[in-house]
Ligand binder design. Sequence first.
Ligand code: GDP
Ligand code: CA
Length: 319
Amino acid sequence: MSFVKFVVLAGGTGGARFLRGLQAAAPEASITAVVNTGDDVTMHGLRICPDLDTVMYTLGGGIDEERGWGRAGESWTVKEELAAYDADPDWFGLGDRDLATHLIRTRMLDAGYPLSAVTAALTDRWQPGVTLLPMSDQRVETHVVVTDPETGRNRAIHFQEWWVRHRAALEPSAFVQVGVDDARPAPGVVEAFAVADAILLAPSNPVVSVGTILGVPGLREALLSSPARVVGVSPIVGGAVVRGMADRCLPVLGIEVSAEGVGRHYGARTTGGLLDAWLVHTGDPADVPGVDVRSLPLLMSSSETTAAMASAALDAAGV
Ligand code: GDP
Ligand code: CA
């Protein structure tokens, strides 16, 4: 499989685990991960890129495996000290080790480096074994329109505030990509699609991970003009999310929380959609017209099953 090139659209945890499986399934391949940056946020003056960091730490061996985010062997001294000052926001977990990443990133961004260059510098240390690209160098931040329980009025809050602070308890009525109109695909993204042998949609959140990436102007068009086949992997297993909040996001866009619902939402490439093939979990019904639907176990519970998922995706891509 040498010189084979894959591009994966990825969010955080689902994306990172799938990428690890792909590396195991195709150790010689050159993999480019195009990662969602809509979750990015500035806290205490520091620029934080949760999905990029989850992928970087997971593939670089620095992730806290149990939590699924942040650094292994983490301590929380700075967080405790900030709390002693009553410093807002107090609901976002910033570990001491993790802080070093955000300090360096922020310093480089302030010095004028684009996020793609900053990400490349950070991966020098972590050696994730994939080319890690942010979807865009421009800031795009997902906001969630919710009804304020106190005033009864609608307001938009940052995705992190909705998810981490409110644990997705506030009913969302829309997801808005603030800044998306001025965004362009990051350097390398369009080029990666053009030379790809397969393009894979990781089992990531279809709305706030994959959907956000595809919302970057020009990115979807570049993906669709690739000669490579496009294969998606369902993040919905047995009609439910495995972890995360996709079940709170999908209904907002009128998408059924099922492998079929998400498959139909992505749609067949032959009819203006994205997919050539769609992988669903064994037993999950999914009739997606115009798409080659394949069933197999899709729980990334062991490295073997995850690698088998990636192999099946490559198979469906004709690689
Ligand atoms: P986030 O940025 O950390 O929320 O992660 P992603 O967007 O990359 O992935 C979240 C999605 O991954 C959720 O919708 C989950 O249902 C899905 N997911 C997590 N673990 C698994 C798994 O083992 N198998 C499958 N098929 N999907 C998974
Ligand atoms: Ca995310």
